[in-house]
Design a protein around this ligand. Structure first.
Ligand code: FES
Length: 105
């Protein structure tokens, strides 16, 4: 195994389609989303203002910040609607032995 930080998010059966969970990776909150069976992980902090993305509506591959409505692409972290103009940091996910992990990119 590598020395990279790898954080357990939970078991696959605890993270069904449509679920979200926040975990701490190297002191930063990361939101993990199961969208259409794929796990995505993004910095849990909107790039517009200091506001968590956890709990935001997810559809069409995007998560919506509940504060002012910016949408971020789950696969890239890029903002797709104003008022956000900067991307949020992306993390990597992996599934091993029925458990979901998140890692820095
Ligand atoms: S804080 Fe997220 S859109 Fe303003």
């Amino acid at each position: 195994m590598t020395a990279q930080t790898r954080v357990l998010v939970g078991r696959v059966d605890e993270l069904p389609e449509g679920s979200q969970r926040a975990v701490d990776v190297d002191g930063r909150s990361v939101v993990v989303v199961n969208h259409e069976g794929v796990y995505y992980a993004l910095r849990n902090n909107c790039s517009h203002k200091d506001y968590p993305l956890l709990g935001g509506d997810v559809s069409m591959g995007r998560i919506t910040c509940e504060k002012h409505g910016a949408k971020f692409e789950l696969a890239t972290g890029k903002p797709k609607t104003l008022p956000a103009v900067k991307p949020v940091a992306l993390y990597r996910t992996e599934v091993e032995h029925g458990e979901v992990f998140v890692l820095p990119l």
